[in-house]
Design a protein around this ligand. Structure first.
Ligand code: SAM
Length: 392
């Protein structure tokens, strides 16, 4: 289910002939000499590549690639030629810097936007190819040796609440069988991965406000669904709005135990469904439609979010119903985050759902927020809060 794109630039052959090496140096020097107005670099770059220059070269000290150099130069044609020749859009150097960030830092805003578009385009194409491959495999059990793998990796960071495992299903399984620890401010798993942290409370308040913003309540009924209880922050805020019904889906046994201990199943109008959302939907456990839906799980990736979104047209009551989700997609890299936001918006639009982004200033989270945590899942200053509705 998760996208398996694990090509890394370091996998290229270390054995490069002297001629290839020399031509690669010439290509790199040429790219470094470009300015935004250098005319027609395509033919020169094409000539180096046809002479054996290594498109996938990676500097042994800095990890810089030809695309980083071209992006810094601001020459759009050079960037386009390299991408067209098969240079991955999502490489990072040894400091984790993407080509988009390089272009942005150098002040090439238009080029940055084009790189975002390229990322979206490539990911959609690969998504379609992968789906076709999966469908083929489903129809005819394939000989493993004949299976091809996509050349580009979806960045490991293109996930909400990122984990070191790229397979969401693997992570989900190991996560759901691991024990969790609650403190006043955090919910963590056995590997010190933060499942939920209280610094998100202001964001959860804003999400909830957006969910209730269109209601005619208390003159009419209001039915709300939340997927993923975590610290119960969003559910506590939802309760303060006194909805008619409040359905919560939660999959982890430790979280469920805490919910029961805290009496969530006894609250008026609250229904707790102890299940993965995937199973709840498959087993028909959701028997009504909702005026508002919030989605915030853990250990799942873009494909899981996409799968949930496919159910939205059947889950939302009508055009005045609101959907939102925790937008932690690639939350530690602005370039990948921008690609992910564009992808999710286009995906939702295809399902007949429009997205409005509310920009929220998160500011700098101090390092102490992450003390004891295995990794940061958020480091951007601005949070793009999605408010989604069925197109009227
Ligand atoms: C980030 S927390 C939710 C935080 C919550 N929004 C809050 O305000 O505290 C994610 C929750 O989703 C649950 N979860 C993860 N995968 C799930 C799935 N497939 N179905 C249902 N719940 C899931 C986790 O156990 C965890 O409790």
């Amino acid at each position: 289910m998760g996208r398996k794109r694990y090509f890394t630039m370091t996998e290229q052959s270390d054995i490069v002939s002297t001629t290839e090496h020399d031509t690669t140096v010439l290509l790199l020097d040429y790219l470094a000499s470009l300015t935004p107005s250098t005319p027609s670099p395509a033919s020169q770059i094409g000539s180096f590549l046809s002479q054996g220059a290594d498109l996938l070269h990676r500097d042994s000290t800095t990890g810089t690639t030809p695309l980083h150099i071209a992006a810094r130069s601001g020459n759009t044609e050079a960037v386009t030629v390299l991408l067209g020749a098969g240079h991955p859009w999502n490489v990072v150097d040894n400091t984790g810097k993407s080509v988009g960030e390089v272009a942005k830092e150098a002040g090439w805003d238009e080029l940055y936007e084009e790189l975002v578009e390229e990322g979206v385009r490539v990911e959609f194409v690969l998504g379609v190819l992968e789906k076709a491959q999966t469908d083929d495999e489903t129809e005819t059990p394939a000989d493993a040796s004949s299976q091809t793998s996509s050349p580009n990796p979806l960045p490991d960071t293109l996930k909400s609440r990122p984990q070191n495992l790229t397979e969401s299903t693997t992570l989900s399984t190991s996560y759901l069988s691991s024990s969790l620890t609650y403190t006043a401010d955090t919910l963590t798993d056995t590997s010190s991965n933060a499942v939920m942290m209280s610094w998100e409370t202001p964001l959860m308040i804003l999400h909830t406000t957006s969910l209730f913003s269109r209601r005619a309540f208390p003159t009419s009924e209001f039915h709300i669904l939340n997927v993923g209880f975590g610290l119960g922050i969003v559910d506590s805020i939802i309760q303060s709005h006194k909805p008619t019904t409040h359905t919560i889906i939660e999959a982890h046994p430790d979280v469920y135990k805490k919910m029961i201990a805290d009496g969530w199943d006894k609250k008026e109008g609250v229904e707790v469904i102890f299940s993965k959302w995937q199973d709840a939907l498959e087993n028909g456990l959701l028997t009504r439609t909702y005026d508002a839906i919030f989605f915030d799980t853990f250990g799942e990736n873009y494909d899981d979010l996409h799968s949930f979104h496919e159910h939205l047209p059947n889950l939302l009551t009508d055009e005045s119903s609101t959907y939102s989700f925790f937008n932690g997609l690639a939350g530690t890299n602005q370039f990948f985050h921008d690609v992910a936001c564009r992808m999710v918006e286009l995906d939702l639009a295809e399902m007949g759902i429009e997205t409005e982004w509310v920009e929220v200033d998160v500011g700098k989270l101090g390092d102490n927020v992450w003390q004891g945590m295995r990794r940061k899942y958020w480091s951007l200053n601005g949070y793009r809060l999605p408010v989604c509705r069925l197109v009227a």
